[in-house]
Design a protein around this ligand. Structure first.
Ligand SMILES: Nc1ncnc2c1ncn2[C@@H]1O[C@H](COP(=O)(O)OP(=O)(O)OP(=O)(O)O)[C@@H](O)[C@H]1O
Length: 267
């Protein structure tokens, strides 16, 4: 279970970007986070996996406090949090299998990591997950020889190799065409249920949020102003979240602006 209480994030001396956010995610639910550009969606995910430092508040994952962790405690907590990015963040010159196995780097010794010698159990698990998402035939291909949808499947498997307790996805379909986007959203939905994994997805595409997630959280100016089921995500909710700011995206209109930022944050 993820329990976020009174989370505040302020960059430098600026106004807070997250203003006392509360959010609880339980079980295998798939939660989408929607909101206009700048609402604080990425900051929220990055606070959870500590790519950015929360200013105050509490983030508990299955009872373990994540805020204020340092050093090895932070590294250990990070491996329990899988992350998927818009720009995939694969290492292009490595094979699909090598990319996937890099999800185990937090678990093996320094020597094993250096020589990339992974236990057979890791290799078996990698094959099994790659088969599950339909990329096992590409195991020995270089990552840069795959299509966008295939690359995102590699990134999903790499995150699952961490045996995460939660999966965070920051605009995972924004670099993909509409059909491939839907396949990836459907895959995330199925995996969440099969693995009893909570999944949090930042997404601009409200059509996909409605279609593929169990719950929608709407943010505006660092505050949560909608939290409910897709069936209740009506025009009033849309107006409250986006009114006077911008129109939400429908299929095929996602921007690609996050990719370069995510590349920097690559695992
Ligand atoms: N590293 C940073 N330093 C300073 N300000 C930042 C930093 N990262 C984000 N911000 C600011 O925080 C606010 C929220 O940004 P964030 O990326 O979390 O929003 P978002 O809802 O994910 O937007 P988008 O949908 O465009 O990705 C923005 O005003 C942004 O400029």
């Amino acid at each position: 279970m993820l329990e976020i209480t009174n989370l505040v994030k302020r960059y430098g001396q600026n106004d807070p970007v997250l203003k006392g956010l509360d959010l609880t995610v339980d079980g295998s639910s798939v939660v989408s986070i929607v909101g206009a550009s700048g609402a604080g969606k990425s900051t929220l995910l990055r606070c959870i996996n500590r790519l950015v430092e929360p200013t105050s508040g509490s983030i508990k994952l299955n009872g373990h406090e994540l805020v204020n962790l340092r050093g090895s405690a932070l590294r250990h907590s990070r491996r329990r949090i899988g992350m998927v990015f818009q720009g995939f963040n694969l290492i292009d010159r490595l094979t699909v299998m090598e990319n996937v196995l890099s999800g185990r780097l937090g678990y093996v010794s320094f020597f094993q990591a250096l020589t990339r010698r992974f236990p057979q159990t890791d290799i078996d698990r990698a094959f099994s997950l790659m088969e599950r998402v339909g990329i096992a035939q590409y195991a020995d291909k270089r990552a840069d020889q795959l299509s966008g949808g295939e690359r995102q499947r590699v990134a999903v498997v790499r995150a699952l190799m961490q045996e995460p307790e939660i999966l965070l996805a920051d605009e995972p379909t924004a670099s993909l065409d509409p059909k491939t986007s839907q396949q990836i959203m459907s895959l995330l939905q199925s995996l969440a249920s099969e693995m009893s994994l909570p999944v949090l997805i930042n997404i601009h595409n409200v059509t996909q949020a409605r279609m593929y997630t169990d719950r929608i959280v709407g943010m505006r100016h660092g505050q949560m102003i909608f939290d409910g089921e897709p069936k209740d995500f009506n025009q009033d909710a849309l107006d409250a979240i986006y009114g006077g700011i911008e129109s939400p995206e429908e299929d095929g209109e996602d921007s690609g602006k996050k990719a370069s930022q995510d590349q920097e944050a690559s695992a």
